[in-house]
Design a protein around this ligand. Structure first.
Ligand SMILES: [Zn+2]
Length: 312
């Protein structure tokens, strides 16, 4: 309790020391003035930066290569949130800690939930059923389908216009341009995936994250090591045995792991079933500029290549 009070006091002092809302527009970049926009995940920061162009500089909250499912904001993160005017989150239950943190941080925000109004997918027949009750059956990983990201772009565009009406024209044009890039990405993925016969488009992943990708490009989720939309759960021995049986029966060729996840169980299952483990899926975080997933579009291309090569 004491900690919380100190944190609130610290936040109030910091806010009054450098009130960002009243700052006058200084010369130089960014041209949108001093509106602070904070995207929770790195891929959302990249998508938003494409819409913001040079009007706004978008920061991201969760560091690169950190699993958003297990993220817990530090006091410094709370200060960062308190100093922001616009917060961009995925929504759909992905950031379970966010509501409480926004209240603790105080301040007045425009909260943009990119996945707002999108309908959760349902596991298809033959998929190992989702047993995740914590997320109330909502699969939040919409961004792994570029067509869903078109909706993200429209939602974020509208939020930016609400925060900075003077930038309306720029945000509208940038959004249109980026949607074109997303459509091109979608076509590229479709083309790449066509190298794999439909009956071999079978995925086993670490947790239930590639459902929307699977639905869009004709894959079937054979199973997941963690039978949950989050990475916080652990599979039971019975669930693992059932997954091993399922892999053997469907003749799936590989287990795909998101980076940053523990490969031990996957390797154990791979050994038992005689299939390989592919470890380079970048699904929840971008990499640094020199890495294989420095922005959303490249992240999706890298993942597609890893999947296509893994199933060949
Ligand atoms: Zn996930």
């Amino acid at each position: 309790m004491k900690k919380v009070i100190i944190l609130i006091l610290f936040t109030v002092i910091l806010l009054s020391a450098c009130n960002p809302r009243n700052a006058s527009s200084a010369t130089g970049t960014p041209t949108g003035g001093t509106i602070k926009v904070l995207a929770v995940e790195s891929f959302l920061a990249d998508i938003t930066q494409n819409l913001a162009g040079n009007r706004l500089k978008i920061e991201s909250l969760i560091p690169l290569n950190v699993d958003p499912h297990s993220f817990e904001p530090t006091p410094a993160d709370v200060v960062k949130i308190a100093n922001s005017r616009v917060i961009i989150a995925n929504g759909a239950g992905f950031e379970s800690w966010l509501d409480k943190t926004l209240v603790n941080a105080g301040g007045k925000y425009i909260l943009i939930q990119a996945a707002k109004d999108l309908k959760s997918r349902q596991p298809l027949p033959g998929e190992i059923g989702n047993t995740d009750s914590a997320s109330q059956g909502i699969d939040p990983h919409f961004w792994l389908d570029p067509q869903m990201v078109v909706h993200y772009v429209e939602t974020i565009r509208d939020g930016l216009i609400e925060a900075d009406l003077a930038g309306k024209e720029a945000y509208t044009q940038n959004a249109q341009d980026y949607i074109q890039q997303l459509n091109a990405l979608d076509q590229w993925i479709t083309q790449q995936v066509s190298q794999i016969p439909p009956e071999q488009r079978l995925l086993v992943t670490n947790h239930e994250s590639f459902g929307y990708f699977a639905d869009r490009y004709g894959f079937k989720i054979v199973g997941t090591i963690i039978p949950s939309f989050s990475t916080g759960a652990s599979p039971s021995a019975q669930q693992l045995t059932s997954l091993v049986d399922h892999i053997k029966a469907t003749k799936v060729k590989a287990i795909f792991l998101e980076t940053g996840t523990n490969p031990n169980l996957a390797q154990q299952i791979a050994q038992e079933t005689g299939i390989k483990v592919v470890t380079e899926l970048y699904s929840h975080s971008l990499t640094s500029a020199n890495g294989p997933a420095p922005n959303y579009i490249t992240m999706m291309k890298t993942n597609t290549s890893a999947i296509v090569n893994g199933l060949k």
